[in-house]
Design a protein around this ligand. Structure first.
Ligand code: CA
Length: 226
């Protein structure tokens, strides 16, 4: 069952939304303050958060920013009153996914929530497939191509690339790669990892001497960027 969180201080609106969305088959939690909502998000994974902008203790903008700074990936639908700063709502740094201006129709709200849930699933599934720099990798079928040209890769190379994509932007140590990809800890040398990185670079880098995707982080390991 999909889990929704409603953060809204007006009791009538809050209860009305809860009733409507529960009837739609969602599991719904409700809170009347930003702080209570943020506390919940720390311990419960919600699929969609409906977030009122004007809350008694903090603004919905602050709640949104705080929730995102916790690394929460729930879809966030802001509920705004007419005249509130819509451009701020949709600002990238805020991290909201959509907004609705009150008063809104029940059908439209349900449609928006469904759309956000679909988007969330698409993001989760995206790990089965990735495309960057003119290349496409299908991790399920283990197929890769650059334009119309096929890239031949081993299962281990697919596994390694997928791991990097899932940890995009993070510095990954050789030891971590050995643990997570090869699954053994006490290897005589971490050269295995370096060799695989070199061979993967040959396949995904245009110029393997100047890697743009699989980057060496001096004394720390490697980092992947799209
Ligand atoms: Ca309010």
């Amino acid at each position: 069952m999909k889990k929704l969180l409603i953060i809204e201080d007006e009791i009538a609106v809050r209860n009305g939304l809860k009733e409507l969305l529960t009837a739609e088959g969602y599991s719904v939690d409700t809170y009347g303050t930003g702080k209570a909502g943020v506390d919940m998000v720390k311990s419960v994974v919600y699929d969609v958060i409906l977030l009122d902008v004007m809350l008694p203790d903090m603004t919905g903008f602050d709640v949104c920013r705080t929730v995102r700074s916790l690394g929460v990936s729930s879809r966030i639908l802001m509920l705004t009153a007419r005249g509130e700063e819509i451009d701020k709502v949709l600002g990238l740094e805020l991290g909201a996914d959509d907004y609705m201006t009150k008063p809104f129709g029940k059908k439209e709200l349900i449609a928006r929530i469904r759309a956000l849930l679909r988007r969330k699933e698409n993001i989760a599934q995206a790990l089965e497939e990735v495309a960057f720099d003119g290349m496409r990798f299908d991790f399920t079928k283990q197929l890769a191509n650059r334009g119309t040209k096929q890239i031949t890769m081993t299962s281990k190379e697919f596994k390694l690339l997928r791991y990097f994509v899932q940890h995009e932007g993070e510095v990954i140590s050789r030891a971590q790669l050995l643990d997570d990809i090869w699954g053994y800890k006490n290897t005589p040398t971490t050269r295995t990892v370096d060799n695989y990185i070199l061979s993967l670079r040959k396949k995904i880098e245009k110029d393997r001497t100047k890697p743009k995707h699989l980057i060496t982080v001096h004394t720390a390991g490697y980092k992947f960027v799209r």
